[in-house]
Design a protein around this ligand. Sequence first.
Ligand code: GLN
Length: 242
Amino acid sequence: MVYKILYLYPDLLDLYGDSGNIEVLKYRLQKRGIECQVDTYSILEDKPNFSDYNLIFMGGGADREQSILSEDLVKYKEDIISAIDKGVFVLLICGGFQLFGKYYKDADGQVIDGLGIFDYYTVSGGKRNRNIGNIIIESQIDGEPYKVIGFENHGGITYDISNSFGKILYKNPNNTYDFEGFMLDNVIGTYLHGPLLSKNPALADYIIKIGLKCKNKKEIELEPLDDELENKCRDVLITQFL
Ligand code: GLN
């Protein structure tokens, strides 16, 4: 069994350790004897077969990088919709999350087109008005409540989100909204860097499980891993912030 990851624009979108999410997935797959293949795609490279993957991943980036790649990304709207419809998991962090919505109006007031796959849109609060800090949200992962811990640093605020990723339990006061991110069964868009998955092993396993189900057409039971250390780190952070 192979778990195939398509990492979009890694040369432009990798803020605050986003590529660490790929390392976490690789580690948790290999511990279970599942091979992990990571392919990358960036501007002017050959078009990937989006539906061939278990997971499509996009990280965060500065406004400038987002404006550079937007024209290339929107060419693939139909291919990406088709992959999502087939159940491929899509994990989007920050700048990547913004670009799956209608548009992002950046800190200079320039409108960067998004894929428009989802109805939300994002407007920057300006260069001096950023949401920065540790953040904890209460999400539902695999039908269970789970505290997702991360770190955010972005100027854009996303509006018109139909299904949020979770309710914010802890944030810096510079963040003015109460619900975070976007979630469907096989899509998560979030402002949480961290890297997200190193702080949230249950979320990493959910992404592995749903991605495997999509290609194997059946639920795959994942062997539990020893997450004692990860959970101790989580306890420290949760006690510190909540
Ligand atoms: N440039 C975007 C913003 O500032 C996204 C930043 C990010 O990906 N961390 O909102």
